[in-house]
Design a protein around this ligand. Sequence first.
Ligand SMILES: CC(C)(COP(=O)(O)OP(=O)(O)OC[C@H]1O[C@@H](n2cnc3c(N)ncnc32)[C@H](O)[C@@H]1OP(=O)(O)O)[C@@H](O)C(=O)NCCC(=O)NCCS
Length: 245
Amino acid sequence: MEWRSSPPTLTLPMDEVQIWRANLQANPDAIETYCWLLSPDEQERANRFHFQKDRNRYVMARGILRVILSRYLHRLPQDLQFRYSPTGKPSLAHPSDSPLCFNLSHSGQLALYAVAWHREVGIDVEHIRLERDCEHIAERFFAASEQADLNQLSPKLRHQGFFNGWTRKEAFLKATGQGLTIPLDQIVVSLLPKEPAQILHTVWNPAEVTRWSIQALEVGNEYAAAVVAAGQDWQIVTWQFKRLC
Ligand SMILES: CC(C)(COP(=O)(O)OP(=O)(O)OC[C@H]1O[C@@H](n2cnc3c(N)ncnc32)[C@H](O)[C@@H]1OP(=O)(O)O)[C@@H](O)C(=O)NCCC(=O)NCCS
């Protein structure tokens, strides 16, 4: 998967979901620049973080979100306003007639953003941490068939399989907006490293799977990531976000 710099003028065709990869590494200039773009409620939220590193990461991720969206909307980043669903999914409140849909995820210093017109999207990225006790977590949160898939993998591949499963479930639940209000074992996904990403089953409504499709994203060896979007008729285009500072 190639992550190219975006052209100066962006186009977003209806059948595309554009994915942006950004580095959230903070430095004082960047923090000052991006903090200035945030709304008062975002700045308040930033100030509530206990640790400076979490505050910085939030400021960078939100500031970059604003810059990316502003490029599609031809507005200033600081003029955008967000609203939130009852489960916390952000969407655009201003410009209010905008059909631009987006979602974001961050893990470590990496952030991913998905953007599409008229199409709900959900994205998730996780740093693959080898110290994680995958078997135990899978026993608690994964469906029986997913646990069986994991158990057929060598210990080396099991972490990759686990994080494939985790990010695919979360990307789906972020696309629908439900987030972790739905138990993760209620949605069954493919996770074996050599198999394509698929949403296989949703327990609460079997017809739900036909409304969405999923793609795995290659963002680096130490990460697993996936994007889910409404419909079947879309393809992804990937961009590397170039920071000014
Ligand atoms: C959404 C959720 C799965 C994110 O998990 P995560 O792996 O910790 O975090 P990620 O980095 O992948 O994603 C975070 C981003 O997802 C977005 N997000 C938050 N809630 C979301 C939701 N319900 N659906 C889609 N996206 C959501 C936000 O943009 C957030 O970024 P921000 O913190 O800068 O605003 C998790 O926070 C969740 O389930 N939240 C819902 C909780 C809930 O239902 N609360 C009820 C309120 S009463």
